[in-house]
Design a binder for this molecule. Structure first.
Ligand SMILES: [Zn+2]
Ligand SMILES: [Zn+2]
Length: 254
């Protein structure tokens, strides 16, 4: 074999390896685009979380998230923290390839003022309003689930514990998503929440309620949590992709 042939052989070999590599990379990229996470319930240092909004965004980005909402705990005493979240997220939004969404989680407020607080949060610029639902592991005041599902300004009723069929039906009418929670304790109600939502056709999402770095999860883990809550396979894609996407589309965020 002459030098020229040998060189040409190496060239062809090199081109073939490049083609296979590029092909595999683009396949991987395609897959990861399909399976991006959207998490609409997290806490930063503006309430009881451990991370700055930018740290949440960076960690979520590394975990292949398309969007993440910062929804710090609020009641009447600190609802102005929405403004600080907005200041924090504007630069991130502009400069990084992740949608970071300012929000608020109305938490342990008197049930009667949930609507007032939800309106205030929206007026201050919160794009996602979560209500801290009647989880079975905290003494959330009775009536919280009821008042939350009756308030159209609410986007997500988090960890609603032993939510009733009637409340789930109202959530459906008002297009409010019920949450399957990845959080320890709150997740004890997941099976009930999933079955009630399926029965009435209410919308579900899987969120983490992140407080610490290790709380954010991958799409695969979210899939397992949805599956563990008893959701059939054909529902899971809707819960992990369509439902959170539709929430963000309805607000013009994506
Ligand atoms: Zn908290
Ligand atoms: Zn929370």
């Amino acid at each position: 074999m002459g030098w020229g042939e040998n060189g040409r052989f190496h060239d062809y070999h090199y081109i073939l390896i490049c083609w296979i590599t590029i092909n595999n990379l683009s396949k991987k990229k395609g897959d990861s685009t399909i399976n991006k996470r959207i998490d609409l319930h997290t806490h930063s240092i503006f309430s009881d979380g451990e991370l700055l909004p930018s740290e949440i965004a960076r960690r979520a980005s590394v975990l292949n998230h398309r969007a993440v909402a910062i929804t710090d705990h609020v009641d009447a005493s600190n609802i102005d923290c929405v403004g600080r979240i907005i200041n924090a997220v504007l630069d991130i939004r502009e400069n990084w390839d992740i949608e970071i969404i300012p929000g608020a989680e109305i938490t342990h407020a008197p049930a009667e003022i949930i609507e007032k607080l939800a309106n205030q949060a929206k007026n201050l610029g919160a794009e996602i309003v979560v209500v801290h639902g009647e989880t079975i592991v905290e003494p959330v005041i009775e009536g919280t689930n009821w008042n939350a599902v009756n308030c159209p300004e609410v986007d997500i009723l988090a960890h609603p514990g032993l939510i009733t069929l009637e409340e789930a039906e109202i959530a459906k009418e008002n297009d409010i998503a019920l949450e399957i929670s990845a959080r320890r304790g709150h997740c004890l109600g997941n099976g009930h929440v999933a079955s009630v939502a399926l029965e009435v056709g209410a919308k579900l999402v899987v969120d983490t309620d992140t407080h610490a770095p290790e709380d954010l999860i991958s799409y695969d883990m979210a899939y397992k949590i949805a599956s563990g809550a008893g959701l059939p396979e054909k529902e899971i894609e809707k819960v992990l992709k369509d439902n959170p996407e539709n929430i963000l589309k309805s607000k013009g965020i994506i």
